[in-house]
Design a protein around this ligand. Structure first.
Ligand code: SF4
Length: 185
């Protein structure tokens, strides 16, 4: 299978699972910025220091940015969900759960492709457990399944969107989440 055939297959997989848009880009086209760690530290989402895959426990952002650069390609995908209005916090949470569900299904399907190395990055803190073990002072329950966010690895998602030919925001009363699967051939 040549690269284009594989990239089309991976893109088709993400779309078949409900992604709004998906494409494969070279990792070298992904812009990263260490200043995202300051945004995480502001803890607007409440996960800072309360999720093993979020800062500061996920690791130094410069190390994570360097780790990201060791991959060749990224399957970038986005999900778009309707909200009742721009204050629909519950709808945003449900959209985040649906995005995570797609990520889990994508991971299962991609395991059949036998790619040599894969790193899944999602949106927000890891949602594999209802309550992250970090909050109860226990070790991560599923280190092999735990997923960090794109921002934790320093990815500038607002710039990733146009790089991948996508819109960062997809209309009034909608919420858009991004995910990426980094891989080598
Ligand atoms: S797998 Fe569970 S314990 Fe580990 S980071 Fe994710 S939510 Fe937390």
């Amino acid at each position: 299978m040549d690269n284009k055939e594989l990239f089309d297959k991976l893109t088709g997989l993400a779309l078949s699972l409900g992604a709004f848009r998906a494409t494969v880009i070279p990792v070298e086209d992904m812009e990263t910025d260490a200043s995202f760690r300051d945004l995480c530290a502001a803890n607007v989402c409440g996960n800072y220091g309360r999720n093993w895959m979020c800062p500061p426990d996920a690791g130094d952002i410069r190390d994570l940015m360097a780790a990201l650069r060791t991959y060749s390609y990224a399957l970038v995908y986005q999900t778009v969900s309707e909200l009742e209005d721009s204050y629909d916090f519950e709808g945003m949470m449900e959209a985040g759960v649906a995005h995570n569900r797609l990520m889990i299904q994508l991971r299962e399907k991609l395991s059949a492709e036998n790619l040599p190395r894969v790193l899944h990055l999602g949106a927000g803190g890891c949602r594999m457990c209802e309550v992250c073990a970090k909050r109860t002072g226990e070790p991560c329950r599923h280190p092999d399944l735990a997923v960090a966010s794109l921002e934790t690895y320093g990815v500038n998602v607002s710039k990733l969107a146009p790089t991948a030919g996508m819109k960062y925001i997809n209309g009034k009363d909608t919420v858009t989440y991004f995910g990426a699967v980094l891989f080598d051939l």
